[in-house]
Design a protein around this ligand. Structure first.
Ligand code: SF4
Ligand code: SF4
Length: 342
């Protein structure tokens, strides 16, 4: 969140709304990335695995997402998956309409298939391409979205590279530096973002960072941002990584973002990761940015996060069902478009 976004976001909260909306636009993905949170069994809790959730397609999906947007009136919509490009035909229709509604949209993709050329002209669209390491590692983890395909599919576009730092990447000397160097040289790349792997409770895997891994990674990021201007890692984000929220209730990002899965009805809680994420090891760049922002003190006295929480309580009281309602979220959207089986 930029400082300029704070007042509109605050206004939304006071009207009983969450300013950010994240939608898993499809349950499908041709990749099988190790450590993918979307396909972990507990991601959607009692709703069951994402691949078994019903989903919408075609006009039903377009009208369903638009209905969600009209209902929640987010300042910012994040479209994730599954792989959003699986629904590129629907996005072709949807993205310009979201632009006319004044909604900034981020599409998070593996770039496994061509990004439509017409999307280059959409000023409200921001493309984030997930690239997990240098070519040999990335291609092994994320085939068929290999480096060769990504380079072909992003040609002519302007993208933000997003890399999740895992334990494996930190085993090699200068790995993150080589990564930043490679992608900094690409003219398509606007910025390079790094997140840290966020584990689930009880998860034991190679991706999970030790406290020492985390410390080393943050020190390296502080150096990389100096040497590679495309690496976007402001002090406040680094500070957020050093001191992540202890619980979802303390997480400004979780408290200000509505996350909805592919049936446009199921809520993902407590945040986009779903399941039971370990907040004290959170590596989400958005959460880190908002966490440190929340610690700013107004007039040197009251943390901004406290004002946000209080505002949200007021907003819930004023806005009633708009934020409290989790069971019927999106139900009207789904009903207006008609759910289809995927
Ligand atoms: S591309 Fe994304 S949604 Fe698909 S498996 Fe990989 S991390 Fe998961
Ligand atoms: S895992 Fe991270 S983003 Fe999710 S609620 Fe915890 S701190 Fe927030």
């Amino acid at each position: 969140m930029r400082k300029a976004d704070v007042i509109p976001a605050w206004g939304s909260i006071l009207r009983g709304r969450r300013p950010f909306l994240s939608v898993e636009i499809t349950r499908e993905c041709p990749l099988q990335c190790p450590g993918c949170y979307a396909y972990q069994p507990e991601h959607l809790g009692a709703a069951g695995p994402l691949r078994q959730l019903s989903e919408l397609k075609g006009e039903a999906l377009v009208s369903g997402v638009l209905a969600l947007v009209r209902r929640f009136r987010p300042l910012h919509l994040s479209i994730v998956g599954g792989e959003p490009l699986v629904r590129y035909r629907e996005l072709d229709v949807l993205l310009p309409q979201l632009g006319r509604l004044g909604v900034e949209v981020q599409v998070v993709t593996s770039a496994v298939r061509p990004i439509p050329a017409a999307w280059r002209d959409l000023s409200n669209l921001h493309l984030a391409v997930s690239i997990d390491g240098l070519q040999p590692d990335h291609d092994r983890r994320r085939a068929p979205a290999t480096y060769d395909r990504i380079l072909k599919h992003i040609a002519g576009h302007r993208i933000n590279v997003h890399c999740t730092i895992t334990g494996q990447l930190l085993k090699h000397h200068d790995y993150l530096r080589d990564f930043a160097d490679f992608w900094s040289r690409r003219r398509e790349v606007l910025t390079i973002w790094f997140s840290l792997y966020t584990p689930q409770e009880g998860e034991q895997c190679e991706e999970r960072l030790t406290p020492e891994d985390r410390r080393q990674a943050l020190e390296e990021l502080a150096r990389l941002r100096v040497d590679f201007p495309k690496v976007e890692m402001p002090d406040r984000v680094l500070a957020g990584f050093v001191h992540p929220p202890s619980t979802p209730e303390e997480c400004v990002f979780a408290q200000t973002t509505t996350c909805v899965s592919a049936d446009l009805a199921t809520r993902i809680t407590p945040c986009q990761f779903g399941g039971s994420p370990v907040c004290s090891e959170c590596g989400c760049i958005a959460s880190a940015g908002l966490a440190s922002f929340g610690r700013y003190k107004l007039a040197g006295l009251v943390p901004v996060s406290d004002i946000f929480y209080l505002s949200r309580r007021v907003g819930e009281w004023v806005g009633g069902e708009q934020v409290r309602d989790s069971t019927s979220l999106g139900a009207r959207a789904a009903a207006s478009g008609g759910p289809t089986k995927g």
